[in-house]
Ligand binder design. Structure first.
Ligand code: PMV
Length: 396
């Protein structure tokens, strides 16, 4: 068992193109966001394991000796596997989460306990740990916050239990794990995602583990080899939406108007492929005309998504406001509210970007200027984290 403090971070994601079409077998492109979740793990010897999630107001601890005595044989499945509904019931008993706790909070605690017990129980004694997780990502906005949480937990627990090595070598500020270790982190994180989401596609944990950009089609995930540096505005309209209801709405429209809707999905597929091709070209030799192509693809896809019935007045407003500043936007994720992305061309004046951000916040939206395609799960030295992150994690 490692005795040092571990500082881990993992990114959220956006879907560039292919949302909804991916449900019908088409290609989707997912890209890591430069908004991250940070975790601090501190081993100690007070006989407790504690979890502190300041974003959602969770602060809970468990007696390690009590957890040790519990019959956790239900976790004994040989291979890495998600808990069955019966096993989830047992985890709930172990968790002792107050009855009045909201669903998100409850699931975050269950995912933690599952990963802690399943990963650490291979050691003779369960370790005494303090864990704090803090995120720059809003929860429930389709930005992969739960996957970033599961990825951080898996990476930190596997490292603390010496299942994988701490990649941070003397003097390094940030380091990443080798490929085999990332594969193990991703597998465990997928199980954590299953505790939270039931039956996730695995894209969110994959992009949070590997970073960069991924192409996703019919369960097959592959990394894009080359990605240019892209800046975006990410806007959260804060309009709540149900991914499940929106996905069902598209399916109904496809059944009702197959001749109209199937070509839309085929066209979205072609947009994703053209975007992938363009990104590869831009990474080799960037030129302003390529940004114009990306903007056209964004506009066409946004219209298609509207035609699929997953738009919203708030998203229309977002597109109009940014267009008034000469910028192109589309919804990202499930739509029906939620988030949108706006491409920032490299020739833009910062003043124009600021004016756009101000106009968007003026509509009551949250808005971040951020980059796409950042690194996946990483181990940090304390010095590599900025002041606000250190403060949020209690690093002093
Ligand atoms: O809500 P998000 O960002 O996880 O996006 C959902 C994407 C959909 O294509 C609408 C659904 C799916 O399962 O792929």
């Amino acid at each position: 068992m490692l005795s040092e403090v571990l500082l881990v971070s993992a990114p959220g994601k956006v879907i560039l193109h292919g949302e909804h079409a991916v449900v019908h077998g088409k290609v989707a492109l997912a890209v890591a966001l430069n908004l991250r979740t940070f975790l601090r793990l501190q081993p100690h010897s007070d006989g407790k394991v504690s979890l502190n999630l300041p974003n959602i107001g969770i602060k809970q601890d468990w007696d390690v000796a009590r957890l040790q005595l519990l019959d956790t044989s239900f976790l004994e499945q040989g291979d890495i596997a998600a808990p069955t509904p019966e096993q989830m019931e047992k985890l709930k008993e172990v968790a002792g989460v107050p009855e009045n706790c909201a669903v998100t909070e409850r699931l975050a605690v269950l995912a933690f306990l599952y990963l802690y017990l399943a990963i650490c129980r291979k050691r003779r004694a369960l370790p005494s740990l303090d864990i704090v997780v803090w995120s720059e990502l809003p929860t429930g906005a389709g930005l992969g916050s739960s996957a970033a949480y599961s990825v951080c937990l898996s990476a930190a627990l596997l490292t603390a239990c010496e299942e994988i090595q701490n990649p941070l070598k003397d003097g390094a500020r940030v380091s990443r794990w080798p490929k085999e270790d990332l594969e193990l982190i991703n597998k465990w994180a997928f199980q954590g995602e299953k505790v939270i989401h039931g039956n996730p596609s695995g894209v969110d944990n994959a992009i949070s583990t590997w970073g960069g950009a991924l192409r996703y089609q019919q369960g097959k995930i592959s990394s894009l080899k080359r990605l240019p540096a892209l800046q975006i505005l990410l806007t959260n309209t804060k309009v709540p939406r149900s991914t499940k209801a929106l996905v069902a709405g598209v399916k109904n429209r496809l059944i009702k108007f197959p001749e109209i809707v199937a070509p839309l999905l085929t066209s979205i597929d072609a947009i994703a492929l053209e975007c992938e091709r363009m990104l590869g070209e831009m990474a080799l030799a960037p030129a302003l005309e390529q940004y114009v192509v990306l903007e056209e693809l964004i506009d066409m896809n946004q219209h298609h998504l509207n035609a699929l019935g997953v738009g919203h007045a708030a998203l229309d407003r977002l597109c109009q406001v940014t267009m008034a500043h000469g910028l192109h936007s589309k919804l990202t994720g499930a739509g029906g509210g939620g988030c949108g992305i706006t491409l920032l061309r490299p020739d833009l004046e910062q003043e124009e970007v600021e004016a756009t951000k101000q106009a968007l916040t003026g509509c009551g939206f949250d808005c971040w200027e951020t980059s796409l395609g950042g690194p996946g799960v990483s181990m940090h030295s304390a010095a590599s984290l900025n002041g606000p992150v250190q403060q949020a994690l209690g690093c002093f």
